[in-house]
Design a protein around this ligand. Structure first.
Ligand SMILES: C[S@@+](CC[C@H](N)C(=O)[O-])C[C@H]1O[C@@H](n2cnc3c(N)ncnc32)[C@H](O)[C@@H]1O
Length: 213
């Protein structure tokens, strides 16, 4: 699935450097594409790629992105159906920034356990000095079944500050920052899950910011 153009292909290729001059940003597990669409509208000189294993929630927004600019079309957006386990070869060394916000299912397992193969895929799509931002929201009680199903470790300070960073470092990412986000901070994020989860008072939201080395 792809949504990329506002006009002709020729015009797109002529204009491509205008839209990528400030970098290529990839959002994995993009959900309904809200973060990608909003960010692309606000930053016309960056190029945004939203990736999700499930294409259904992206149908509406990918159609919108292909319209004329006056009707919400954006020339600097592309949506791709793919899983973190199998990211397209075309994305190798493409990303100046990678975002993973509120992952769930196998995406959550991959980034929270630091699975070797998934981290190698992330490193493969990273351009030199690419920034990687991961934001994980877990409610130990409400999400107990999923935590057990995915065999997730407790996201303790020790785990987040030592065990997990060591796995990312082995994969070629250095940790720049890690910590917890207060509800007032994460509810400001422009993603649909950040908005949906606002009322979950027991949810712990942690983040890691890393850089490809
Ligand atoms: C809780 S939603 C978060 C969506 C969005 N990032 C947000 O904050 O609104 C998690 C997303 O991860 C996607 N996902 C789950 N496993 C995945 C995988 N292995 N690879 C890519 N996406 C995956 C799901 O389809 C879902 O859209």
């Amino acid at each position: 699935m792809a949504a990329q153009s506002d006009n002709s292909t020729n015009e797109n290729s002529e204009n491509l450097s205008n839209h990528t001059g400030e970098g290529v940003i990839i959002d994995i597990g993009t959900g309904d594409g809200r973060f990608v669409y909003r960010s692309a509208a606000a930053n016309p000189h960056k190029f945004y790629i939203g990736i999700d294993a499930n294409a259904a929630p992206l149908e509406k927004i990918s159609m919108k992105a292909t319209r004329k600019p006056a009707k919400g079309g954006l020339p600097n957006v592309l949506f791709v159906q793919a899983a973190i386990e199998n990211l397209p070869e075309e994305l190798t060394a493409a990303a100046d920034e990678i975002h993973i916000h509120f992952p769930w299912g196998s995406l959550l397992a991959a980034v929270a356990r630091g699975d070797e193969q998934a981290l190698a895929s992330l490193r493969r799509i990273a351009a030199p000095e690419c920034l990687l931002e991961i934001i994980i929201g877990i409610d130990e009680e409400r999400d107990r079944a999923e935590i057990e199903r995915l065999d997730l470790p407790p996201l303790s300070a020790e785990y987040l500050q030592k065990t997990l960073p060591a796995k990312y470092e082995r994969a070629g990412f250095a940790v720049l920052e890690s910590g917890a986000l207060a509800p007032a901070e994460w509810s400001r994020l422009e993603t649909s899950w950040a908005r949906k989860l606002q009322s979950g008072s027991n949810r712990t939201v942690v983040y890691l910011v890393l850089q490809a080395v």
